[in-house]
Design a protein around this ligand. Structure first.
Ligand code: GLN
Length: 200
């Protein structure tokens, strides 16, 4: 049998937020990427990106579409997942500044603070040194972004701002960034996610 290096099909959770941008990036990288809105679609993907958007709405829609428990099951079973911004919030075991009743999918043993950068500074851009991704800094775009705190033993902080706040984190097959690589032309985080999918 020939050895295949093709990446298995991956999904982007497409309930809300900037899922189209993620689909374009993944396809540009050669992946077979499809939107995921129902359990039968989730069953057909080997990895998932959870986009930016609004975590409170995404949480409600996950429950409404019957996706919350299947998603939790796949995360627990080790499916590679990459969450950006609201997607990172969805992956966090604990969140602060949530709205009443807001839940996450969990998986990442961290606390994530929603809207951590306040109103006067809700959007900004900066360059981050991320040695795991190579020498060139990553240009990071933050939009009403969360920050990561209380990182559990199994987690790795990949990037922090100058004030020390962690904005990229990894734990096993789960990867999360406070910022939005999908709106830049630097796709190293998506490549890292696809590497995990190929290895899984
Ligand atoms: N502040 C949003 C939330 O709480 C996240 C913003 C984003 O994804 N750009 O979900």
């Amino acid at each position: 049998m020939p050895v295949t290096t093709r990446t298995p099909r991956v999904g982007v959770l497409a309930l809300q937020g900037d899922f189209r941008e993620h689909l374009l990036v993944l396809r540009e990288l050669g992946a077979d990427a499809v939107p995921v809105r129902r359990e039968s679609e989730l069953d057909q993907v080997a990895g998932l990106v959870i986009p930016g958007g609004e975590s409170t709405v995404m949480d409600k829609l996950c429950r409404l579409y019957g996706l919350r428990d299947p998603l939790r099951g796949r995360i627990a079973a080790g499916m590679p997942v990459y969450g950006t911004c609201a997607g990172l919030i969805m992956l966090a075991d604990r969140i602060t500044d949530a709205i009443d009743g807001q839940e996450t999918l969990g998986g990442l043993d961290v606390t994530v603070q929603r809207n951590a950068f306040g109103n006067q500074n809700d959007s900004f851009e900066t360059d981050l040194d991320i040695p795991e991704l190579g020498e060139a800094p990553v240009h990071a775009v933050f939009i009403r972004a969360p920050a990561v705190s209380d990182l559990g033993d199994g987690t790795t902080a990949l990037a922090a701002l100058e004030d020390g706040r962690v904005v990229a984190v990894e734990q096993g097959n789960l990867l999360g960034t406070s910022f939005h690589p999908e709106v830049t032309d630097d796709y190293r985080f998506h490549e890292r996610f696809l590497e995990r999918v190929r290895a899984a």
